[in-house]
Write a protein that binds this ligand. Structure first.
Ligand code: PMP
Ligand code: GLN
Length: 395
């Protein structure tokens, strides 16, 4: 057969780096600091709530298309309580199969072929694939390393907008750099969106994982309420990444549009888990506080260890990822500063798996020497990983 099986929109996307690296970790018995998932499950009472829902027959058959009313109400109450944002649970909240489906459905719903989408590079891998599936054109705006962190250049962002720009796909706290956009940066994004009449899809799945600064939802800025699709997920906040319960909050018109795409992707998902996540969103403040403090300590442990092992560390203000520059390890240990080669060799060299940031770039050369490590793992696992990584510069 002459014609390739995979259509040309997807041909540039192979297997996701997360699948490749988790398989490598399993094959080599390495410590997996690649794919971002916790190695301990979330709260027992949330797990029990899911078991109860399964046993009581709640959600075992197709739940309603927009999500079960209990979860939609819990999401609306959460946005009100935490951010003072009012959403009508019946018209302005949509439950999705994780943030992944929310991203896909939003882009499929809101883009016409040829529309340009501005995304902050390095970007989460599904963004590029979903923009492509929707026939859009991605326009990366690169976050650049600056003084131990990564920052958005607002002039570059402004210059990237053209007459064909339909939306900005934002992510804060940002995977993989750990950058948390400041109130001033978000205000500038909001102003630009209003001035150029753009939609914004904002991926805020790490909203609770902020160690320095604060998370401010873009939807709370003047003029943004009706042009913003906000995406949340239970995976990161409650440490049940396998449940795949996410949500969208937006105006009735935007939710209707996103739901039009969503209904033909999965229609519905995760029935019993939706009830459990509704309960999780009502956990006392102490839960969210200890999640953050636990991860703050782990961030400090891994970041400190990586610095001692010879990496340059970009201190993450949020998320559970830390980006490093491997070049200070020297040309040999860093494989000539090639993050791909380094990550492929790392399991053999010292039994640790990480992710090469280059996969999150259009300008792969810009991302070449950077490597991401996840710290959502047990303290003893992180400590062992650090010991192993320190052996690199000795070898
Ligand atoms: N957005 C970002 C920035 C992520 O890091 C991830 C991965 N957890 C997702 C979306 C996907 O979230 P979910 O597992 O809820 O689909
Ligand atoms: N979001 C997770 C990460 O960045 C991975 C999720 C996935 O495997 N698709 O590591």
């Amino acid at each position: 057969m002459e014609r390739p099986l995979l259509n040309r929109r997807l041909s540039e996307f192979g297997t996701t780096i997360f699948a490749e690296m988790s398989a490598l970790a399993a094959r080599t018995g390495s410590i997996n600091l690649g794919q971002g998932f916790p190695d301990t499950d979330g709260p027992e009472e949330v797990r029990e709530a899911a078991v109860r829902a399964l046993r009581d027959g709640r959600g075992n058959q197709y739940p309603p298309g927009p999500g079960v009313p209990e979860l939609r109400t819990a999401v609306a109450e959460h946005q009100q309580r935490r951010y003072g944002l009012e959403f009508d649970p019946d018209r302005e909240v949509l439950v999705t199969a994780g943030a992944t489906e929310a991203i896909a459905a939003s882009l499929l719903a809101l883009l016409e072929p040829g529309d340009e989408v501005i995304a902050l590079e390095p970007y989460y891998d599904s963004y590029a694939a979903c923009i492509a599936m929707a026939g859009g054109t991605r326009v990366p705006v690169t976050l650049r390393p600056a003084e131990g962190t990564y920052r958005l250049d607002l002039d570059e962002l402004r210059a990237a907008v053209t007459d064909r720009t339909r939306l900005i796909l934002l992510n804060t706290p940002h995977n993989p750099t750990g950058t948390v956009l400041t109130r001033a940066e978000l205000a500038a994004v909001a102003e630009l969106a209003c001035e150029r009449d753009l939609l914004v899809v904002t991926d805020e799945v790490y909203e609770y994982l902020v160690f320095d600064g604060e998370h401010v939802p873009l939807a709370s800025f003047p003029g943004m309420r009706d042009r913003t699709v906000t995406i949340g997920s239970s995976g990161k906040t409650f440490s049940f990444t396998g449940w795949k319960v996410g949500w969208v909050t937006a105006s009735p018109e935007l939710v209707t549009a996103v739901r039009s795409a969503k209904q033909f992707l999965t229609y519905v998902s995760a029935g019993p888990f939706q009830y459990a996540v509704a309960e999780a969103l009502r956990l006392p403040e102490t839960y969210f506080h200890s999640l953050r403090e636990d991860l703050r300590a782990k961030r400090d442990l891994l970041s400190g260890g990586l610095a001692e092992a010879g990496f340059e560390v970009f201190r993450p203000a949020g998320t559970y990822f830390v980006t490093t520059d491997i070049r200070p390890l020297g040309p040999e240990a860093s494989k000539g500063g090639d993050g791909f080669a380094f990550c492929r060799a790392l399991p053999e060299l010292c039994g640790v798996v990480a992710i090469p940031n280059a996969v999150f770039y259009d300008h792969q050369d810009q991302g070449a020497p950077f490597v991401r490590f996840a710290f959502c793992k047990r303290t003893e696992t992180l400590a062992e990983a650090v010991t192993r990584l320190k052996s690199l510069s000795l070898g």
